[in-house]
Each structure stands twice: as C-alpha cells, then as structure tokens.
Ligand binder design. Structure first.
Ligand SMILES: NC(=O)c1ccc[n+]([C@@H]2O[C@H](COP(=O)([O-])OP(=O)(O)OC[C@H]3O[C@@H](n4cnc5c(N)ncnc54)[C@H](OP(=O)(O)O)[C@@H]3O)[C@@H](O)[C@H]2O)c1
Length: 322
C-alpha cells in the first residue's frame, strides 16, 4: 500500500512516500481502507521525536481516521463495508496510508450526515474536549468558560460543545479569527493581540472571573488563564506549561491563592466518548471545521502549516484521489 512514513525523528523533510505491506488485523481488530485522515499537532510532535520511545520505524503517523471496514478480526463487532471513524492509538502505526489496522473497541460508525473528510476532522479534538471540559472540569450550564486558543482544531469544537452545554463562552484568539469564533457560538471574543485578556474577562464577568478555563496554548497563556480565573475555578491545560521556573512558581502561587484546581489532560482512546461525539455531530450540535483538504503527497506542507500555530479549524487528507 501507499504510505507516507518518517524514517527517524526530525523536521517535515523526514516524511516521504513508501510502499508498505498492508497490515493484517488480529483478534478484535479491523482492517480499514482509509478514506480521510485528519492532522493534529500530536502528529508533528511525534514526528519530532516526542512519544517516540518505542516507535517502530519507518513510522506512519496520522491518528484521526475515517474509512471503510475491509476485514474483520475474530470477535470484532463490525462487518466489511461499514463506514467507521476513530482516533487511533498514538503508540501504534498511524494512517497516512491506504490501509490501517485498529482495535474495534475505539471505533464508531461514521455519522451519516458527515462526509469522510468531515468525520476525520473530529475524533481526537472532539474526544479531547469531552474529556477535558465535561469529565475533568465538569463544566455546568450557566458557568463561564474561557477558551484560550479558540480558533484552532480543539478550540473550534470546544466553543461549540461548551455552548451546547449551556455555558457562557469566552473565546480568546487573534484579530483575524474573532468573527469566526463568534460564528461558532462564543458569547464573547477577546483579541489577545490588542487586549489585556484578564482585564477584559474581569469586565465581562463583573469581576468574578471565569469558572472554567481550557488552555490550548501554554506558556504565557497559561499564566494569563490563571489571571482570568475566579476563586475556586477549574483550569485544564493541554499543552506543556513552557514557563520559566520563576514565572511558573509565581503563577502556581497565584493559582494556590485563588484555590484553583489545575488539571492536566492527556486524551485517551475511548469508544464511549467517541459515541458521545457521534451523537453531538449527528444532531448538528457540533459541526466539523475543515479549513484545508490536502492529498497524501502534501502531508509535509500540512505539518509546516500546523506547526506555525496560526491554524483555523482542521487540515484533512482526502485519500479519494490516491
Ligand atoms: N493533552 C492532550 O491530550 C491534547 C489533546 C489535543 C490537543 N493538544 C494540544 O493542544 C494544542 C492545541 O491543539 P489544536 O489542535 O487546537 O492546535 P491548532 O489547530 O494548531 O490551533 C492552535 C491555535 O492556537 C492559537 N493561538 C496561537 N497563539 C495563541 C495565543 N497566544 N493566544 C491564544 N491563541 C493562540 C491559534 O489561533 P490564532 O491564530 O487566533 O492565534 C491557533 O488557532 C496543541 O499543542 C495540541 O498538541 C493536547
């Protein structure tokens, strides 16, 4: 089969085409003919060598998948021809390829109202939001939630899902993305490039601060999130802090004085959470945010674009021409 592989950790230039054997599904697994594969920041992080301790090289990256079941391993509750979607186990081979093998318990049927490209844009980011905002932070209706990095792959779904939950959504993004964040359902949008975010959140909340924050950016933004929180708030961060030691200590001290819960989220494969995402997508509460469709030969450009951290919504590989 055709695949894009990395021979070693490195820059986007380590990605290149290679003919690989079609993988064979074991018991409980499915062989899926990949129709579309969504890109996520974790793809370039793994390409650079993070999470690579036991990685098999040549490594195939790409973990958000939509496709058709071709073969069914013993005991897997799917049939050839089923249209499925999922995000794959990050420790195994990914799906920048014509075929992919996956454990059937982390797979769900593709929502019928979505195209394969749309479906492949959802799983990792959507399940991350379910686990971070609903399971970890236990976001409640009417609570005020701050989304730092509101226009990206995760942020664009977080706005929609927090709005569905009935929360008051405050999105933080750059000037160019403000209208976009509003259209997704943010009640308030703050431009971090022109505005003191903490002052603006204080104004919006009458001095109370946010109840919940989702930090998708890290570094200085994590410190800004702490400044935006109200007493006893819950702050979930998805990205490494990247604050230097003194700054981190100051920030954690502020967090302690405000009695904040600082929650770290590492997304886990979960069939149940994927099925909840399917429900939200089927009902139209969550709309996929595909910003760019590329073919398999342009994955390296996709990585460069994603690494710029200026993305809006998602980049998805459409395999239908390969
Ligand atoms: N821990 C986990 O399990 C987990 C799961 C999923 C994702 N993540 C991580 O979460 C991060 C976000 O993922 P993603 O898929 O949403 O990435 P993405 O699609 O690349 O989005 C990044 C967004 O960050 C925004 N941004 C950049 N600088 C900013 C700043 N100073 N303040 C506010 N926004 C800023 C950009 O929008 P503007 O152009 O508007 O600035 C861009 O839309 C990545 O680091 C990813 O690896 C972690």
């Amino acid at each position: 089969m055709k695949a894009i592989v990395a021979d070693r950790p490195g820059g986007p230039e380590v990605l290149h085409p290679m003919e690989m054997d079609i993988p064979i599904p074991g018991p409980g697994e499915l062989l899926v003919k990949v129709a579309a594969c969504g890109l996520n920041p974790v793809d370039y992080k793994i390409r650079k060598g993070y999470l690579s301790q036991q990685r098999e090289y040549p490594a195939i990256l790409g973990y958000d998948v939509c496709g058709q079941v071709e073969e069914v391993g013993m005991g897997a509750p799917f049939a050839p021809g089923d249209q499925v979607y999922y995000f794959a186990n990050l420790a195994r081979q990914g799906a920048y390829a014509e075929y992919h093998v996956v454990a059937s318990d982390i797979v769900d049927f593709k929502p019928e109202n979505l195209t394969p490209v749309e479906a492949a844009s959802l799983p990792l980011a959507g399940v991350t939001v379910i686990q971070a905002l609903f399971a970890k932070a236990r976001l409640q209706p009417m609570e005020r939630v701050l989304i730092m990095g509101a226009a990206g792959g995760v942020g664009s779904l977080a706005i929609q899902m927090a709005a569905w939950k009935g929360a008051e959504v405050i999105g933080v993004c750059s000037t160019a993305n403000m209208e976009y964040a509003r259209r997704l359902g943010a009640d308030h949008v703050i431009d971090y490039s022109t505005t003191d975010v903490a002052e603006e959140v204080a104004r919006i909340t009458g001095g109370d601060g946010a109840d919940v924050a989702l930090d998708l950016v890290g570094g200085e933004s994590f410190a800004h999130c702490v400044d935006c929180m109200g007493e006893g708030g819950r702050l979930v961060f998805l990205n490494a802090f990247a604050l230097w030691e003194k700054q981190l200590m100051e920030t954690m001290n502020k967090a302690r004085l405000k009695n904040l819960a600082i929650l770290c989220e590492l997304v886990r494969n979960s069939g149940a959470d994927l099925r909840m995402l399917s429900f939200l997508a089927r009902k139209g509460f969550v709309k996929p945010q595909v910003n760019q469709v590329i073919d398999l030969g342009h994955v390296a450009e996709g990585h460069r674009r994603l690494e710029s951290m200026r993305g809006r919504g998602k980049i998805v590989i459409d395999m239908s021409n390969d």
